[in-house]
Design a protein around this ligand. Sequence first.
Ligand code: GLA
Length: 381
Amino acid sequence: MIDEAATDFEAVHGARPSGVWAAPGRVNLIGEHTDYNDGFVLPIALPHTTRVSARRRTDGRLRLYSAQGDGTVTDLALEGLAPGAVASWASYPAGVFWALAEAGHPVGGADLFVDSDVPSGAGLSSSAALECATAAALNDLYELGLTAPELALVAQRAENAFVGVPCGVMDQMASACCTDGTALFLDTRTLEQRHVPLDLTAAGLRLLVIDTRVKHDLGDGAYAALRAGCERAAGLLGLPALRDLPAADLAPALDRLPGELRPLVRHVVTENGRVLETIDHLGRGELAALGPVLTAGHASLRDDFRVSCAETDLAVEAAVAAGALGARMTGGGFGGSVIALVGAADRAAVFEAVRSAFRSAGFTAPATFTAVPSAGARRVA
Ligand code: GLA
């Protein structure tokens, strides 16, 4: 795979790359729509990665090529990069160059060849994988000396300010910082992180990912509206962020809010509680106990935050009915993927039950795989 990446690079850019960097997609175990409320998240990195082969250029140009693109090289002048100026997939790597330069880091031009097996539009953070692989490549090529969390923040800045998606920091932190065999417990306010061992196999469990094939798009305004709603609610309550509302004060706080904001606040406060509950279970080695927490998280996203859809609801329902210990949509929502925690012996039956339910409902067949907690961004050649 690595040799192939170098050969592909050479075919497009006419020379060998200096190296190859990889960054993974992610699924979030629990803690959804909490990151832009200064709350807690618990993602794992997937084995699926985006690989960036790269080489410095001395003429201040960025020449970007994607194996999943239209077969052309996007050629940009680093000088002329400005938010909103680059369309398509190229805005993610270009945004990373821009964010680094804007932060005063001495980056010059580069040739990039991008190849990815992270499904795009599936809620598995293909954008963060592309940003973080690019950031890792530039960090080494230009010897910037940035740490993994610093690269994640650069990647988030690229997505927020250059691409124009007001995402939180979870996806980039997961892609940059995760380690093999662990989930990343992140406090998105302090950015304190803990790698929590997650050996599902030893517990006789598997984490299934069901990509509903409903393409999710966080750039369409719904995500921004939810974020704005949460920020408005925090403002009305006189709090810096919804993170600052203790569960015990939830009921009286809801009484002080307009009706449309109440379910948003209820979700964020209870979801932060579910992350902490999950951490407690993991600390005691009670992995099977995560199941009901996941399912409760889905109900909250469906009924209060309203970011699920018919396909994600059906996948959760069918998985649980077929014996999954718990299931929920993962990521931003509006389509995308569902995770299901199952006993190893029930894996095939759960996959089949979901496929069969989708057939009966007339939905596109879902794509399925088993997730194992994998490593974050790294140099691979
Ligand atoms: C998307 C965003 C993240 C986070 C999730 C919801 O994946 O990129 O920052 O807000 O949605 O938890």
